[in-house]
Design a protein around this ligand. Structure first.
Ligand SMILES: Nc1nc2c(ncn2[C@@H]2O[C@H](COP(=O)(O)OP(=O)(O)OP(=O)(O)O)[C@@H](O)[C@H]2O)c(=O)[nH]1
Ligand SMILES: [Mg+2]
Length: 205
């Protein structure tokens, strides 16, 4: 397995005594959209990252179009933790983005309450597989658009919703995966979405 790496300053926040609700959340999306970056920036424990350096052996196998500056890739998953409040803890699992590791996804989804689909608008097609698998598993999700600085198009969220054929009930949010507060806002959007769904389901019982 890959070496655990962490470039950010390590934050170690002990789990609050009152913590009682642990929710498993997965971060999915195409290759290089910033899944590992998001888990790293929001995690309050040193995140486990299974990053491997990309080598010549991956040429022709790994799709590096649009991510030329990328030197490492996730080969199993990222794991992090964030406490949203005193009682609610999210356990974050970042999926590997490359097609050759997609067989791991269905396992990763087991026991998952909700998901974040990270989208890079320069390579929107890469989001299809993630959305398709989540719909198949009936896992609720939100879509977070990770805006890269060299993205010249700046498509609006409405345009992206149309391009991905997302129904209006799927929440969408802009984010910068490198910024802790931004990542946290994405997770709060997901938790609110899960809460509203649960309330709506309860109302129909
Ligand atoms: N400019 C910019 N760079 C970003 C942003 N998010 C991530 N990056 C960079 O993009 C690269 C890819 O990010 P990763 O977090 O490794 O992407 P990933 O989705 O985990 O990739 P795989 O696991 O290989 O699929 C890294 O070098 C990040 O520093 C962003 O919002 N803006
Ligand atoms: Mg990764």
């Amino acid at each position: 397995m890959g070496s655990a790496t962490s470039e950010l300053p390590v934050r170690r926040t002990p789990l609050a005594d009152a913590a009682e609700t642990g929710l498993k959340i997965v971060i999915v999306g195409g290759f290089g959209v910033g899944k590992t970056t998001l888990v790293r920036s929001v995690s309050e424990i040193r995140p486990l990252n299974t990053e491997e350096v990309m080598t010549q052996a991956g040429v022709g196998v790994d799709e590096t179009r649009g991510v030329a500056a990328k030197t490492t890739t996730t080969v199993a998953f990222d794991f992090g933790r964030i406490s949203l409040n005193e009682r609610m803890v999210l356990y974050l699992f970042g999926a590997p983005g490359q097609e050759r590791f997609w067989f791991l996804w269905d396992r990763l989804f087991s026991g998952t309450l909700g998901a974040v689909v990270l989208v890079d608008t320069r390579r929107m097609d890469d989001s299809w597989y993630a959305i398709d698998r989540l719909e198949h598993h009936k896992t609720p999700f939100v879509v977070a658009v990770n805006r890269f600085d060299d993205d010249t198009h700046r498509y609006s969220l409405d345009e992206i919703r149309q391009a991905l054929a997302l129904p209006s009930h799927v929440p969408m949010i802009d984010c910068d995966a490198r910024v802790r507060q931004s990542g946290k806002d994405v997770l709060i959007t997901l938790v609110n979405h899960l809460y509203e769904r649960a309330m709506a389901q309860e109302a129909t019982l």
